[in-house]
Design a binder for this molecule. Structure first.
Ligand SMILES: NC(=O)c1ccc[n+]([C@@H]2O[C@H](COP(=O)([O-])OP(=O)(O)OC[C@H]3O[C@@H](n4cnc5c(N)ncnc54)[C@H](O)[C@@H]3O)[C@@H](O)[C@H]2O)c1
Length: 464
């Protein structure tokens, strides 16, 4: 006989779109679910076997879950906590008039759960299902600890478990999510969630709480960007009497560069002979046809900001001797045209920094054509700064800037301790470096104790 895992006892706070769908689906998966809401009418609906929302398939799920005794609801927080071991928070997180996140409902529920946990025995997991900014789980953990007098990760855990459903297809999306994401710092809580979601056939991803918290915002902002980009392309195409749907159909068929993980990793500005020229051309074409394309228009501005950010990062240590590892626009080429590091070097030279440059592919005397014209117009005296000896550049410099992923840079951390390394391209995934390491667009990946501690202090200071 097939061995079935025992069902779990779950309370869900908030019986709106997310809470009602979660309650019905978890009960459908065989768990015992009690919903909690401040709205008596929503509680009554669930207790009559009816959903609080209109959604495909939800009526039948609520009816059968209620009939089998797996789904009920209450306004009594203590009763819900006493009869469950896992509590989901699915209350609203609306925007304030200024665009900030209103966490009042979340904090109220945290206080209620904390106070109810005071007299309850056993380990309890609280999962935040609502969309919340990084730092919220931490604050909820503090509130629950204060109210309950219990210890986080010993008596209870708070995990982030963001919801990826879309209204209209929410039951299907709950049961078939793109992935299941748990942000957790408790192995025990993570194991409980693995078991809870064992019948959901999607990758189970366990990560840091703050990573999980920001994911939903990154996802939704990207979805919004896709829509706006498609519309701007459509508006340009319409002005030129081109069928935009044919264009975007073909666009979507490129699964190597367009609809793919390519180009998504945070790093340095784009450059080279094509991206700067072609984005500018499309923007100008739109302008010439009186089509406003604010997203496309601001791509180059954002790219320029990334170069300015690199200048600031290199300058912030107050050291005048800077070594640049890699001058061309990417590894494995001598193409300097629109290489973003050339702009950075130009700015640093203007500010009086002592620059030395190493790039095994760039031989100034051998540059020809537009490549030579470009660099001579930008930095005519470039030959004074470029050497073909990596060791000379690093020895002469206090700040080392890594601008591409040439394999010969892999071991510079072990060979040159005590430098300041500015990494523009995430040359290493995680490192243990006794010097200073800072990435352009990522937090500290340095596992060396002193640097990790300084990062923790910075993060704590930024939480609310
Ligand atoms: N709607 C979606 O498609 C969707 C998808 C993913 C994530 N989310 C996020 O999930 C969260 C909930 O969204 P929603 O659309 O379900 O909101 P909703 O407004 O439909 O439901 C929230 C429910 O919480 C209840 N509530 C408020 N205070 C409470 C308290 N102290 N105790 C118990 N219940 C309380 C309200 O009465 C309401 O029924 C939000 O953070 C939202 O951003 C929503």
């Amino acid at each position: 006989m097939e061995k079935r895992e025992p069902s779990m006892n779950i309370s869900i706070f908030g019986l709106g779109y997310v809470g009602c769908v979660g309650a019905a689906c978890l009960a459908h998966l065989g768990h015992n679910v009690i919903g909690v809401d401040v709205s008596q009418s929503k509680v009554d609906l669930i207790n009559e076997g009816r959903p609080t929302i209109i959604e495909k398939d939800i009526e039948e799920l609520c009816r059968s879950a209620h009939r089998s005794g797996k789904l009920s609801a209450t306004t009594d927080v203590q009763r819900a906590i006493n009869t469950s071991d896992i509590s989901f928070i699915a209350v609203g997180t609306p925007s304030t008039a200024e665009g900030h996140l209103n966490l009042n409902y979340i904090h109220t529920v945290a206080r209620q759960i904390g106070s109810a946990l005071r007299d309850k025995q056993g380990f309890h997991v609280i999962a935040i299902r609502s969309t919340v900014l990084p730092g919220t789980n931490n604050r909820v953990g503090e509130i629950i600890a204060e109210e309950s007098g219990k210890q986080r990760n010993i008596d209870f855990a708070v995990v982030s478990n963001p919801e990826f459903l879309r209204e209209g297809t929410s039951v299907h999306d709950f049961l078939n999510p793109p992935l299941t994401l748990i942000g957790s710092d408790s192995q025990k809580a993570t194991q409980i969630f693995r078991s809870l979601y064992k019948d959901i056939h999607a990758d189970f991803i366990e990560t840091d709480i703050r990573v999980a918290e920001i994911m939903k915002y990154v996802n939704n902002t990207f979805h919004a960007l896709k829509i706006v980009f498609g519309n701007e392309v459509g508006n340009i195409c319409k002005a030129l009497d081109i069928d935009s749907h044919k264009v975007m159909d073909i666009f979507c068929r490129d699964r190597q560069l367009n609809i793919s993980p390519y180009y998504f990793k945070p790093g340095f500005a784009y450059g080279g002979s094509c991206l700067p020229k072609d984005t500018r051309a499309l923007r100008t074409l739109a302008h010439d046809n009186y089509i406003s394309v604010p997203v496309i228009e601001h791509i180059e501005k954002s790219n320029d900001l990334q170069k300015q950010k690199a200048v600031k990062l290199i300058s912030k240590y107050g050291c005048r001797n800077v070594g640049i590892l890699g001058l061309s626009f990417k590894a494995g080429t001598d193409d300097l045209r629109c290489s973003p590091i050339v702009d950075v070097v130009e700015t640093l030279l203007g500010k009086g920094f002592n620059i030395s440059i190493y790039d095994k592919n760039v031989k100034i005397s051998e540059l020809t054509g537009t490549n030579r014209e470009f660099i001579m117009a930008k930095i005519p005296h470039l030959q004074h700064f470029v050497t073909d000896n990596l060791d000379d550049v690093i020895t002469a410099s206090d700040v080392i800037v890594v601008t591409n992923k040439e394999t010969e840079f892999n071991d510079i951390l072990s060979r040159y301790p005590g430098k300041i390394i500015v990494d523009l391209v995430r040359a290493w995934e995680d490192i243990d470096y006794s010097g200073v390491y800072e990435g352009l667009s990522w937090g500290n990946i340095n596992t060396h104790a002193s640097q990790a501690a300084s990062l923790n202090r910075e993060i704590i200071g930024s939480e609310y």
